[in-house]
Write a protein that binds this ligand. Structure first.
Ligand SMILES: Cc1cc2nc3c(=O)[nH]c(=O)nc-3n(C[C@H](O)[C@H](O)[C@H](O)COP(=O)(O)OP(=O)(O)OC[C@H]3O[C@@H](n4cnc5c(N)ncnc54)[C@H](O)[C@@H]3O)c2cc1C
Length: 292
């Protein structure tokens, strides 16, 4: 492994000052970065370890859930707030690697890796999450949708840190579901991953708000907006969900690679979107509970 400097700043300002030096790279759980370092894919001159920063928390205030970027997937799974208010994110955390990976891997690191298959991305996209970014010019809040700019490319400028992920507490009569298809039953990257959220009106039928997001089927995790528009404002039904799932499969841009063909990804997307929406609908009407 190439040699590098190593520092453990204790404040975000110190971390940003260090990251502004040339060749510096942030180190969170290291589950991606250390593998890339050993493989010679990256060769930072300095690793800025974020573990001593106060960025490990899940808080709820004024209807906003705030998750520190250094919160691990094991902690997300353990959080009552996440399990109750953002069950779809908890479902995705349960699907990430094995327990050893979940103990180390952070939510911030998963988003910053910006791989198309990042499992935390679709759930956070359907919850309309925002990311708080800190840099030498101060802080800014960016919709997660704008954070992914290409395969393994995020919207961070040099020297910036992702410090917090925010999502609003969902309204009553909301249901959501995350589903992942991998090559194996456990410990595999997604061939396709899907999240769906439905919020129904007071009549328990009209779709007041809907979000559908998919991963591993385009250069970035992305929403399926044409599929959303099939449902938005209409009375939910099995046939409408079927139409929305077909629209989602039509609007993605999957590729063929070692893990699956584009055709398989498109068909799997249709099936997963249909299942996720159906579960979200049942949850929104109270027929099923979160994490059922
Ligand atoms: C065995 C194994 C199984 C895995 N299974 C899955 C899986 O099922 N699903 C899945 O989605 N992923 C999986 N992964 C990938 C990986 O665990 C995740 O992407 C992880 O969440 C990355 O987080 P980390 O804290 O380890 O980040 P690191 O490896 O420390 O960092 C990743 C990148 O993000 C940058 N970074 C990290 N935090 C910040 C921050 N706060 N601000 C700015 N930049 C930052 C780093 O500089 C680096 O470029 C797996 C990995 C392994 C090794």
């Amino acid at each position: 492994m190439p040699s590098f400097e190593y520092s453990t700043p204790t404040t975000v300002d110190q971390a940003i000052a260090l990251l502004n030096q040339s060749g510096a790279s942030a180190l969170a759980g290291g589950t991606d970065l250390l593998i890339h370092l050993r493989a010679g894919i990256v060769a930072p001159k300095q690793l800025v370890d974020l573990s001593a920063l106060d960025l490990n928390y899940v808080r709820k205030d004024d209807g906003i859930i705030r998750i520190g970027a250094m919160t691990t997937f094991a902690e997300i799974l353990d959080s009552d707030v996440v399990r109750r208010d953002l069950p779809c994110l908890a479902e995705s955390a349960a699907e990430i690697g094995a327990v050893q990976t979940r103990n180390m891997a952070t939510l911030g690191g998963n988003l910053c890796s910006a791989v198309p298959s990042a499992d935390s991305a679709p759930p956070l996209l359907v919850y309309d999450a925002r990311v708080k970014i800190a840099g030498s010019d101060g802080e800014r809040l960016v919709p997660l949708e704008q954070f992914f700019v290409g395969p393994k490319k995020n919207a961070l400028k040099p020297g910036e840190l992702l410090i917090e992920i925010q999502a609003s507490v969902p309204l009553p009569r909301t249901g959501a579901r995350f589903l992942k298809l991998g090559r194996r039953k456990a410990m595999s990257l997604a061939v396709v991953n899907v999240a769906a959220r439905l919020t129904l009106g007071q009549d328990h039928r009209r779709v007041e708000n809907v979000r559908i997001a998919l991963g591993a089927v385009a250069p970035t995790p992305r929403r399926a907006k044409r599929a959303e528009s099939v449902l938005q404002g209409s009375d939910v039904s099995e046939s409408l969900i079927d139409r929305a799932a077909r629209a989602a499969a039509d609007e993605i841009a999957p590729i063929s690679d070692l893990r699956a063909t584009a055709t398989f990804r498109r068909e799997s997307s249709r099936v997963l979107v249909k299942r996720a929406l159906t579960h979200a609908w049942q949850m929104a009407t109270g027929e099923t509970k979160p994490n059922d």
